[in-house]
Design a protein around this ligand. Sequence first.
Ligand code: PHE
Ligand code: NA
Length: 446
Amino acid sequence: MHREKWGTKLGFMLAAMGSAVGLGNIWRFSFVAGNNGGGAFLLLYLLFVLIIGIPLLLTEVSIGRKAESDVVGSFQKLAKGTPWYLTGFFGIISSFLILSFYAVVAGWAIFYFWNYINGSFFTQPAVGYEGAFGQFISHTWHPIAWTALFMILTITIVLSGVKKGIEAANKIFMPLLALILIALAVFSLSLDGASEGVKFLFQPNWSALSEPSIYIAALGQAFFSLSLGMGAMLTYGSYLRKENKLPSAALGIGLMDTFFAVISGLVIFPAVFAFGIDPSSGPPLVFITLPSIFEQMPFGGIIGLVFFFALILASLSSSVSILEVPTAYFMRVFSWTRFATSVLMGSIMFVMGIAVSLGFGIWSGVTPIGEKNILDSMDYIASNILLPLGGLSMALLVGWYFKKSEALESADLSSSSIGGFWYFIVKWMAPILIVLIFLNKIGIIF
Ligand code: PHE
Ligand code: NA
């Protein structure tokens, strides 16, 4: 069967950046940083992005480009007769877990957008923003309707083909989102009491480092934010032409994604402290904080409207890359059409999303893992466990199964001075760090 290719390298870059930049940078980054004490978490996160994330991003895209297949097929092709392809199935499971909650949160963002269109969030509702948000997410079917809308949009883009679907929107709205975030950060930093938030984000509380869960949280955030370890970047890489050079692309995507996360932190935390919001409010954090910022800002209503519009588009370019993972796989093995496959996969994810959404209302007592509700449990399994394991498996494939020359060639690093360094990370450092972080969490070492 004929496989699509990106029009240009820029097309790939836009799609991959679109995949990376999304709710992970603003929504997930903020609440995970807030839950894990701020500064120490940020430091670990930046470290992991630099020494594990960006090198493995290059690894993942290289695997896809070399194999020119989906997340299962690529491993079957490159490591014939080995169990490596199981990584692909973990990736597919992750894609279902992630998109089912991603769509719920994106649905919340659409609801906010709607409230800026009709003006009802221009000023604090009688119950306050926190109260209004709480009422909304605990309603039985309202949030599900917005989730459905987001899934329909995602499916529509995927069924019309990745290339046509996303290149154009990203070109305009990513820069727009960046501009708005910078303006919001400037405003947020000018609020009374903002400096507390800056301290929270940039002054590490070293004692937090003795908590094993901070490492796994930072690792999971690095993987989630870079769209790493489940095959989204692999699948996008598989639509690349051989002549496109990868190292600069991986670096650019990684830096861009990190920039969005840090700027979001500078928007959220000064405001969190200025408005007396609890930084460890969990998933609702940005949905409580942002409207309070917009309310104080001149032209805040309009800015809020444009912001949520740009956030929805950023979320769409991420959700599309998640849905593309199982779609590419099932299309190939069963020879289904792109249309039927994406509708079927998206529908299953939507049904799972219903459970996630009810987890904030009538099913709030359902806690699959410890105290975690349905969203937190699915997120934990996917982001903190399956994605790093996927990344580990990809690193081992390229570091140990490939010959060194083959590994360097796959990443376009044969004649580069940083090739040896990258290879060392992929072969030794990243795998060892990931394993140590897991062992530490389980309580086996330290
Ligand atoms: N990186 C995306 C974000 O930050 C989410 C994502 C995770 C996309 C995993 C693809 C794969 O919003
Ligand atoms: Na991201």
